[in-house]
Every structure is written in C-alpha cells, then in structure tokens.
Design a protein around this ligand. Structure first.
Ligand code: KG4
Ligand code: ZN
Length: 337
C-alpha cells in the first residue's frame, strides 16, 4: 500500500494542535500552540477563554502543519479530530474545523478518543519498536488516570481508574497549595529535584482488590501539613513537600501498574499522558518493571495532534467508517461504549 497521510487536529483542552502523520508513525509535522501561559494567571484552564483562543489559532496551526509537512490537502488520505473527552467548547472548535476541511476535500473524517490518542503516542514515539500485546497501559493526564488492558490494536478493557482527582490534577492542585503556579506537574518536578522524598509521610491510597486510584486524600494531607506549618508561622519546605508528594504519587502509580501487568499476563507496559513526562515516574517504572516499558518522548506526552493521527491510522487500516454528523463527546470513556 502506498503511504497513508493523515491530517489530525486536537483541541480538547488548552493546546491548539495539528499534525500530519504518515503510516501512523512518521511525524511529518506536529504543531502545538499552547495556551498555558494565558491560563496561568487563573491557576488553571479557563474554559471560555480556551475555546475562544482555539478559534483564533486553529486556522494558522492547521496551515502551518500542512506547510511544515510540505503537503497540500490533495496529498492527504484522511482527516482526524479529537471528539472527546475534553472541554465541550474547545472540542467543537477542532471538530468544526475538521468538518469544514472534510467538505472541501471529501476525505474520510475519523473522530478519535483523546485517551486513545495518548495510548497511540507511543507508536510515532518509537517508530522502530513494536509494542507487544497484551499490553498494560497507564494513561495519566490532567483529567484521567486509567489502567487499560489492550489485547490487540484498538481493543481496550478498562481495569480501573481514579475515583476522584486525576494524577495530573493532584499535581496541579498541590502546586497551587505550594504557590508554584500552573501547570503544576513540571513545577512540582522541578521543586522536588532539590527536596527529600522521606521528609513527609504522605498517605498512599492502595484500594487493594481493585485497580482504582484515589488522590484526593493525598492532596488533603498536603493541605493539612501546609496549614499546620503556616499556623506555626514557619516557612514552607516547598522542595521537601513537592518531593514527598511526588514520591507518593509515583509509588502508587508504578506499584499498581506493574501488579496489574503481572496479574493480566501483559507482555509490555505503556505509560502515556501529560504526567508520563514526569522524570521520577519514568525512571521508577523502567527501573522496577520486568517487562519492556514504552513511554513517549517528552514532546508527545502532553497534548498534541500527532498522537491523534497515530490512533486514526489504526482505525483507517481497519476500515472503520465514521458518520459525518458526529458531535463532541465531552465525557467519552475509552472503553465500554
Ligand atoms: O495530557 P495532558 O497534556 O492534558 C490532558 O489530557 O489533561 O496532561 C496535562 C497534565 C497536567 O495536569 C500537568 O500538570 C501534567 O499533565 N504534567 C506533569 C508533568 N508535565 C505535565 N505532571 C507531572 N510531571 C510532569 N513533568
Ligand atoms: Zn491529554
């Protein structure tokens, strides 16, 4: 078969992104316009501003993705767009752009689950490695913490997930408590580099007998410690708090993921989503895992459109057809529906 080129668009949260990807693995272009700086002054994503910023940026981002890939719309075989989960007002901007392009080109348009995109970020991330199934995937982002068993391509069994805060959300909230700013993950990681992981005994919610997670108790424990120290008029040992908090998150994520991989007879482990950019998490899981671990390179961990194109390629290969009148699905689960 000749090369399959897909133009993918991603606008589920605060990144406006477009990419052209060949055969699901070769990134011809990957343009990401981040709004993080704009949202930083609010301490988190401001949904109304996010969608309006997507409207301002999307056209340029798509044009740039085509130009950098040195292709025109005529060279494409399919279009892909994130259909959900995400912010409703943000999702519809990408979907509308994709539908407009579809009218102009008559190409197939493939609606992709954002979490599926994160899972598939590993394929363009390692173009020369083929992850082995069954595969245990940990998707850790700002909105999700999911343990998923994949027996083959596009086949997802959800083993468990967070009952409250997502791992990335916990990083963001604790960063706010420690006055580190937004987005919290990279700031906590940086602070933690100079801190002691054993200074504070923060709780781990093991939720044994399930593959679920819970991070709200950990966040509350950090809050309690911050308040206690402030009441005593002491300076916050921010680095130690960040390191001890990060250690609690990494410990639970790594231990449960590797246990699930063993119980389910997985042959490889995959970690993806914004939090997979975390250095401590990456190092620990590689160190502890008896199985090969695939984690995307940093530029594919946080939201991007290359991963959406990579997932779309698998649907394209399978010959899936997608209706063109689809709507955004802000709460779309990866498995089950
Ligand atoms: O996947 P993503 O870009 O967007 C969503 O789909 O949510 O993930 C964003 C999340 C944020 O919560 C951010 O704080 C977290 O990923 N994150 C990190 C790191 N880089 C980004 N968390 C921990 N350590 C990092 N280095
Ligand atoms: Zn994401």
């Amino acid at each position: 078969m000749s090369v399959v080129r897909i133009l993918a668009i991603e606008t589920s949260c605060d990144e406006t992104a477009a990419a052209v990807i060949a055969d699901g693995r070769k990134i011809l272009s990957n343009v990401v316009a981040s709004q993080a700086e704009m949202h930083a002054k609010y301490g988190g994503v401001f949904p109304e501003m996010a969608s309006r910023q997507h409207i301002l940026t999307i056209h340029t981002v798509v044009r740039e993705a085509l130009q950098q890939a040195e292709v025109t719309l005529d060279d494409l075989d399919a279009l892909a767009v994130t259909q959900g989960p995400g912010l409703p007002g943000s999702l519809v901007v990408g979907i509308n752009m994709a539908k407009g392009l579809q009218i102009g080109t008559e190409l197939p348009l493939i609606g992709i689950n954002h979490l599926e995109g994160h899972v598939y970020s590993v394929w363009p991330g390692y173009p020369d490695r083929e992850p082995e199934f069954p595969l245990l995937a940990l998707v850790v982002s700002g909105g999700h913490t999911e343990l998923i068993l994949m027996r083959s391509h596009l086949n997802y069994e959800r083993l468990g997930g967070t009952l409250d805060d997502a791992a990335g959300e916990a990083f963001d909230k604790v960063a706010r408590l420690l006055d580190l700013g937004y987005p919290g993950g990279p700031k906590i990681q940086k602070a933690a580099e100079g801190g002691r992981i054993d200074r504070f005994e923060f709780p781990r919610a093991w939720l044994e007998g399930t593959w679920n997670f819970s991070f709200s108790g950990l966040k509350t424990a950090v809050l309690r410690e911050v308040r206690a120290l402030q009441a005593e008029g002491k300076d916050l040992p921010v680095d130690d708090m960040a390191a001890s908090f990060q250690e609690a998150v990494v410990d639970v994520l790594v231990t449960k993921t590797l246990a699930a991989a063993e119980v389910h007879g997985a042959r490889s482990v995959l970690v993806a989503g914004g939090v997979s950019a975390n250095k401590a998490l990456r190092e620990r899981i590689v160190e502890k895992s008896p199985l090969p671990v695939l984690i995307p390179p940093f530029f594919l961990c946080t939201d991007n459109a290359a991963m959406i194109g990579a997932a779309a390629y698998q649907h394209f290969l399978r010959g899936d057809s997608f209706p063109l009148d689809f709507d955004a699905r802000p709460n779309w689960p990866l498995a089950g529906e």
